[in-house]
Structures are given as structure tokens and as C-alpha cells.
Design a protein around this ligand. Structure first.
Ligand SMILES: Cc1cc2nc3c(=O)[nH]c(=O)nc-3n(C[C@H](O)[C@H](O)[C@H](O)COP(=O)(O)OP(=O)(O)OC[C@H]3O[C@@H](n4cnc5c(N)ncnc54)[C@H](O)[C@@H]3O)c2cc1C
Length: 332
């Protein structure tokens, strides 16, 4: 059980871990889970190579309230700045882990968060979500998705709990493979449509697991398959394939794993209240779910904030989180 679990190793998540370490939380009690293979995955992906990182981005005031602060610097210097923060505050980050679902549970030590991820379960007393707003799901470009099937065509597996359904997953990367594994465990009958014949983008573990599942008949893999149309078949999606060997088939749900994320859906499944399209939080970032915090771009506006506003939200959150943790330690 971690004291503080943080989802997302961007400026906000890293700043919160640094703040937590600075007020005395042990390295082993604070953990960041990051879905990318390196910290600041969003910055690495979305900042152009020769971009200058400006401290007062989009007019956000460059006034730092906490431990971390930046001045104008290059993209490389920005990444190095975070390398140094992670090393000097001894921050523990696990990479390549995407959080799927979160539940609150009651245990001997009181209430805690039970986080389901692509690499197993993580439990924590305090949970902070720092996943930014930069990811957007990629949608198929070749055909139109019928609006009537909105709830049956998904871009992640957190929008709705999928159980005991016929599900088609579309994609051929690690996310698609991990969705296959997760949805099979959730008692679904799973098919995977991939436009290529060979899975060249999968990491070794995901490739081995997928092939073993296919061998055991746990997933039907439609290799070299291209969907050209999705029809509404009495409220369920019917996929029509270009290739003659794949007959049209109706599923309960289709999940597209074509890259990108949908942060808002992720939050709705946690039971976080929304107001005017934004999650409702107090000034420390705590939501209506006690012990569950949101920091960084998620808390600014739909268009996001800046690196310094992310740092400042972490500085405000740690004051409340530290109080919560100390009260909890006193009670045991
Ligand atoms: C093109 C561009 C240029 C910008 N230029 C500047 C600038 O010059 N100066 C400035 O101050 N700001 C700039 N910004 C804004 C700044 O980058 C953001 O405000 C800042 O990165 C927000 O930090 P964050 O930690 O909230 O989110 P992010 O930086 O988005 O980090 C979120 C992290 O969470 C991870 N994640 C997401 N979902 C999950 C999940 N389900 N499970 C696990 N991990 C997950 C992501 O991979 C990522 O590493 C720019 C933004 C863009 C798009």
C-alpha cells in the first residue's frame, strides 16, 4: 500500500512527488505510474523539436508558489530539468503503465484506492490524477461512426465497464494487446482486428501473451482485416470488412485502440463530479471523493495551463495531502 500514488509523470505529477519527498515522505511511500516509456511523455510527443519552452506560456503568470520553477529554456533543457528533479528527490516512477479503473475500498487501515492498471493492481491511501489534457483519441478516418452507436463504440476501456460481451478491438499496438488481455479477464469474448499480417509494434511480453491467448482460443485475431463500414444493427455495431474472407459480424461493443487518450472519460468513471464540463475540485485539487486529487492541466480549463501552473497546483495539493497523511498516521 502506497501513501501517495500519482497517475501521470508530467510536470504536475513530478512536482507533487518532489513536494511530498521534501516534506518527509519516504521514497518507498510515493509512486508515479506513467503510461509512456519516459517521463513527460506528452511534452516529448507534442512539443516541436526546436520549440522554446516559455515560463509565461499562453499568458499564465510565471510566478512559482512551491518548490519547482522554470525559466525560458529549450525542449531538451526542459526534459533535463525533470531528469534532475527525479534524481535529486529520489522519485520512483514505473513506466509503460496505464491506469484503467479505480475503486475505493474499505480495509483494516480505513478507506483506500484500488487502482487497476495494464500491469496489475496498485493500492494507495491518497490518489492524485495528473494525466494532463494533451492526449486525444485517434478515430478511424476511412468511415463514419454512426452517432446512434455512441455508447457501443469506445476509444478506451474506462468509459463503461465491459463484461460478458462480444467485443471487437481494433488496433495492433501494445494498447490493443493489453485491452485484449484485460477484456478477456473480464469474461468477454474477444476478437482483434488488425490491418497488418504481423504484429511488429508490440513489446515482447505483449506479443508472447497475445500469441499464447490465440493458441488457447481466447482471442480471435483477424489479421490483415480492414473495416470499411460500421452499421447500426438494432443498437449494436455491425462491422463490414473489405476482405472477403471476413464476413460481416455484429458485436456488443467495438473498442478502438488507435492511440491517444480520453482523460474526461477516465475521470467520469471515478465518480468525480463535473461542473460546466470541468471536474469539480477545491483549491487544493481535492475532488468530491475524499483523498482523490486532480492537479495540473486537468484543473485549469479544457485548453490546459502551463508548466508553472502545474507546479503550483502540486504545491497547493501537498499541503492538504500531507495533513491527511499525518492525521491517518496518528489514527493508527
Ligand atoms: C504544443 C504545446 C506547447 C506548449 N508550450 C508550453 C510552454 O512553452 N511553456 C509552458 O509552461 N507550457 C507549455 N505547454 C503546456 C504544458 O506543456 C502543460 O501545461 C503541462 O505539460 C501540463 O502538465 P501536466 O503534468 O498537467 O500534464 P502533461 O504534461 O500532459 O502530463 C501528463 C502525463 O500523464 C501521462 N498519462 C496520461 N494518461 C495516463 C494514464 N491513463 N495512465 C498513466 N499515465 C498517463 C502522460 O503520458 C503524461 O506523461 C505547451 C503545450 C503544448 C501542447
Amino acid at each position: 500500500m502506497y501513501d501517495i500514488l500519482i497517475i501521470g509523470a508530467g510536470p504536475a505529477g513530478i512536482a507533487l512527488a518532489a513536494e511530498a519527498r521534501a516534506v518527509g515522505h519516504e521514497p518507498s511511500s510515493v509512486l508515479i505510474l506513467e503510461k509512456g516509456t519516459a517521463h513527460n511523455w506528452a511534452i516529448r510527443q507534442f512539443y516541436p523539436a526546436h520549440k522554446k519552452t516559455t515560463a509565461n506560456y499562453k499568458g499564465h503568470v510565471a510566478q512559482c508558489e512551491g518548490l519547482l520553477c522554470i525559466t525560458d529554456m529549450s525542449k531538451d533543457e526542459t526534459i533535463r530539468f525533470f531528469d534532475e528533479v527525479i534524481a535529486s528527490y529520489d522519485i520512483d516512477i514505473l513506466y509503460g503503465i496505464e491506469a484503467y479503473g479505480i475503486e475505493q475500498k474499505e480495509g483494516q487501515e480505513g478507506r483506500y484506492f484500488h487502482v487497476e492498471t495494464s500491469k496489475g493492481i496498485f493500492d494507495a491511501h491518497v490518489l492524485t490524477i495528473a494525466i494532463g489534457v494533451l492526449g486525444r483519441p485517434n478515430k478511424p478516418k476511412e468511415y463514419r461512426l454512426p452517432p446512434s452507436l455512441k455508447d457501443r463504440l469506445m476509444f478506451d476501456i474506462t468509459t463503461r465497464r465491459i463484461e460478458n460481451e462480444d467485443v471487437l478491438i481494433v488496433g495492433g499496438g501494445d494498447t490493443a494487446s493489453e485491452y485484449v488481455q484485460h477484456l478477456f479477464q473480464q469474461t468477454n469474448r474477444v476478437a482483434l482486428s488488425y490491418r497488418q499480417q504481423e504484429f511488429t509494434r508490440l513489446n515482447g511480453a505483449n506479443l508472447a501473451t497475445l500469441m499464447a491467448m490465440e493458441g488457447r482460443g481466447e482471442v480471435l485475431i483477424l489479421r490483415g482485416s480492414n473495416i470499411i463500414e460500421v452499421q447500426d444493427d438494432g443498437g449494436r455495431p455491425r462491422s463490414i470488412f473489405k476482405e472477403e474472407q471476413y464476413r460481416a459480424r455484429t458485436f456488443d461493443s467495438i473498442v478502438y485502440a488507435l492511440g491517444g487518450t480520453t482523460p474526461v472519460n477516465f475521470l467520469r468513471t471515478l465518480g468525480i463530479a463535473f461542473e460546466g464540463g470541468m471536474p469539480k475540485i477545491d483549491k487544493t485539487g481535492e475532488t468530491n471523493v475524499p483523498g482523490l486529487f486532480l492537479i495540473g492541466d486537468l484543473t485549469v480549463s479544457k485548453t490546459g495551463g502551463s508548466i508553472i501552473t502545474a507546479f503550483n497546483s502540486a504545491a497547493r495539493a501537498i499541503k492538504r495531502i500531507d495533513k491527511l497523511m499525518r492525521a491517518e498516521q496518528l489514527s493508527h
